[in-house]
Design a binder for this molecule. Structure first.
Ligand code: NAP
Length: 255
């Protein structure tokens, strides 16, 4: 086996929600494996700050600010890539939000916002990417799931439904696009140290629950997703399709 199997040289990767958190760590990891990165986020200031830092560090990076739930903006971003001659070889559908509330208190608008951001966005961005990958006969799509792709937890119903949907969207995309040389897979992170979990990390009870419930006895670090991301974005996974790899310190394997 050659290390070049994992090289992303001459590949361009769009990582949605990569201004911070897991998406940013994945973007930096893919860049270090040789890819040119298209960094994305909805907040322009955060995006520009992340983009400038990567550029200063010598990485090949451009930024594309759009809200993944705004279909017209997604389409416009891909049309801009077309005009600029940027072919997206690798798409990581990572952008997501959390909202913690008991279901009986949840409004339909709140439900819809979580589903739109975590699930429908992956369909819309995935569709625009695949339209361009299909004629080229190659492409890699990595969707970001969660332990809630398999298991439910109180107060996060729409997130659980969206991430369960990500697992099946990964299979649906595989069913239609594998024959075009596009491999679609997913990563299911465990509990990771990011802004999304700020309140949970600061809560001693929750922190103790995560450490007790995870066989590795600790939270995950964002950069610990990079190995799985490089594998699923590279030639090393050319016959791997429709899978979800859990990077969770073993949490999903135990009761
Ligand atoms: N952290 C965990 O423990 C964990 C576990 C399992 C799965 N995940 C999943 O991993 C992904 C990243 O989570 P994270 O913890 O890194 O979250 P995070 O720290 O809150 O970062 C979220 C990223 O997504 C972007 N984003 C949010 N809504 C967007 C939108 N409508 N359009 C474009 N970008 C948007 C944010 O950009 P702005 O700066 O513009 O807001 C930010 O870059 C999510 O899909 C999440 O569900 C996380």
């Amino acid at each position: 086996m050659s290390i070049s199997l994992f090289s992303l040289k001459n590949k361009t990767a769009l990582v949605t929600g990569s201004s911070r958190g897991l998406g940013h760590a994945i973007a930096v990891g893919l860049a270090q494996a040789g890819a040119s990165i298209v960094l994305n986020g909805a907040n322009r200031d955060r995006l520009v700050a992340a983009f400038s830092k990567m550029r200063e560090e010598g990485m090949s990076v451009r930024e594309s600010c759009f809200d993944v739930t705004d279909e017209a903006s997604v389409i416009a971003a891909f049309e801009a890539f077309d005009r600029e001659g940027v072919a997206i070889d690798i798409l990581v559908n990572n952008a997501g939000i959390q909202l913690r509330k008991p279901m009986v208190e949840l409004s339909t608008a709140e439900w819809q916002r979580v589903i739109d951001t975590n699930l429908t966005s992956a369909f819309i961005v995935g569709r625009e990417a695949a339209k361009r990958m299909i004629p080229r006969g190659s492409g890699k799509i990595v969707n970001i799931g969660s332990l809630t792709s398999e298991l439910a937890r109180a107060t996060v119903a729409p997130y659980t439904v969206a991430k369960g949907g990500i697992k099946m969207l990964t299979k649906a995309m595989t069913a239609e696009w594998a024959e075009h040389g596009i491999q679609v897979n997913a990563i299911g992170p465990g509990y990771m140290l990011t802004d999304m979990n700020e309140a949970l990390i600061a809560n001693p009870q929750f922190d103790a629950w995560v450490k007790g419930r995870t066989p590795a006895r600790r939270w995950g670090k964002p950069e610990e997703l990079v190995g799985a991301a490089i594998f699923l974005a590279s030639a090393a996974s050319d016959y791997v399709s429709g899978q979800i790899i859990y990077v969770d310190g073993g949490m999903i394997s135990v009761l």
